[in-house]
Design a protein around this ligand. Structure first.
Ligand SMILES: N[C@@H](CCC(=O)N[C@@H](CS)C(=O)NCC(=O)O)C(=O)O
Length: 214
């Protein structure tokens, strides 16, 4: 059985939500938990062999191959289990979904997480990696909020970023909004479309992961 090396946080939860969306139950993927608050993921020599960066998640296949990085892990799962389809059915559809994922990953995920590590998450992250100054952290968090506003406008009255149906693009946006909520962040003012989007997708079975303790 494959293993998902997992923890608190949006990246492993993205993969866990994806598995639920695919109908792949916990009986088909073993979950191995790490306490990232105390940095267990960066101290366990066995884990560092699987993922030299020490980040979570890692998806370990039956033959011992270890896949890292949440988005490519989800694409791998999609290729192994094409239905229900979450990345698009045709090359054009996949390009559209990946466009939104790439934009969100670069324009929101990177500045949002860098901002968090330099401000609220500083006590946890400063000892384990280079972090921005508090002032730069606040600036980059504000830049990410600006991009959340851009995504709000792009969403408009739809609840889907791509293809007019639920895709991985929606899943990643939903996950990082929820990550924000768990660390005291709020949707920036004037993002009512995103608020509606979050409320809508909160009803998905996979969203229950955000209510669970690890
Ligand atoms: N780009 C990676 C990011 C992985 C990442 O930063 N994971 C977080 C949990 S959401 C983590 O490992 N944090 C603890 C640490 O960095 O020590 C991915 O897509 O999986």
């Amino acid at each position: 059985m494959p293993k998902l090396h997992s923890s608190l946080g949006p990246n492993p939860r993205l993969v866990r939500m994806f598995l639920v969306e695919k109908g792949i139950g916990e009986d088909r993927v073993e979950r191995v938990h790490y306490d990232i608050i105390i940095g267990e993921n960066r101290q366990d020599a066995e884990y560092l062999k699987k993922n030299p960066l020490g980040t979570i998640p890692t998806f370990e296949l039956d033959d011992g191959t270890c896949l890292t990085e949440s988005w490519p892990i989800c694409e791998f799962i999609e290729e192994m289990h094409p239905e229900p389809n979450l990345f698009g059915e045709t090359p054009q559809e996949r390009a559209e979904v990946r466009k939104w994922v790439r934009l969100f990953d670069q324009e929101v995920v990177v500045p949002m997480t860098m901002g968090f590590r330099a401000t609220g998450g500083r006590p946890m992250f400063e000892p384990r990696m280079a972090v921005l100054s508090e002032a730069a952290g606040a600036e980059i968090a504000a830049m990410s909020d600006e991009k959340w506003r851009w995504f709000d406008e792009a969403l408009g009255s739809s609840n889907h970023f791509a293809l007019g149906r639920f895709t991985f693009a929606d899943l990643i946006v939903f996950c990082f909004a929820n990550f924000g909520f768990t660390v005291g962040w709020k949707l920036p003012e004037g993002t009512e479309n995103l608020a509606r989007f979050v409320d809508t997708h909160n009803h998905r079975e996979s969203a229950a992961i955000w209510q669970q303790a690890e």
